[in-house]
Design a protein around this ligand. Structure first.
Ligand code: FES
Length: 159
């Protein structure tokens, strides 16, 4: 992201340090994470100490300090999903993507996260991919579900 792009985010938010939260939200929305260089630039420009910006960035779960994948895979680990086998789902996804929760695949296609409830407990175990819910999932269905989001990368493979 260029300095002029960051400048326009700052301007759109009134150009003041008091709007730091909205500025970070806009940066996150645009880049899908908060690049270190951008935070340094914002800190300099608005005279906000970098450690204060990092405190905000690490306090809110909506912010990420590392690059996110193109697709966000979010496994519900809440009680209702847990008793219906959420741990086996997350284990299968870890195996399929070769990452752990909080990590992004090397090809930047997927980021894996867990949450405590997605609000559709009766459909557990549930996984949300890019906001699309997949309920009553089983380990056997995991690969097929992920495949729907891999298609742009793996054309010409099996099937
Ligand atoms: S516990 Fe999984 S959706 Fe509520």
């Amino acid at each position: 992201m260029t300095h002029s792009q960051i400048d326009s985010i700052i301007e759109q938010n009134g150009g003041k340090g008091s709007a730091i939260l909205s500025i970070l939200q806009d940066l996150q929305a645009k880049e899908k994470y908060l690049p270190k260089e951008a935070l340094e630039y914002i800190g300099e420009k608005l005279h906000i100490p970098l450690n204060k910006i990092y405190r905000i960035a690490t306090f809110y779960r909506a912010f990420s300090l590392s690059p996110r994948g193109k697709h966000e895979v979010c496994v519900c680990m809440g009680t209702a999903c847990h008793v219906r086998g959420a741990q086996r789902i997350v284990d299968q996804i870890k195996l399929a993507l070769d990452i752990r929760p909080g990590e992004t695949t090397k090809d930047k296609n997927f980021t894996l996260d867990t949450v405590n409830c997605l609000g559709v407990c009766a459909a557990g175990p549930v996984v949300a991919i890019d906001g699309q819910y997949f309920g009553k999932l089983s380990p056997a269905k995991v690969d097929g579900t992920l495949k729907k989001f891999r298609s742009d990368k793996k054309k010409g493979g099996d099937e």
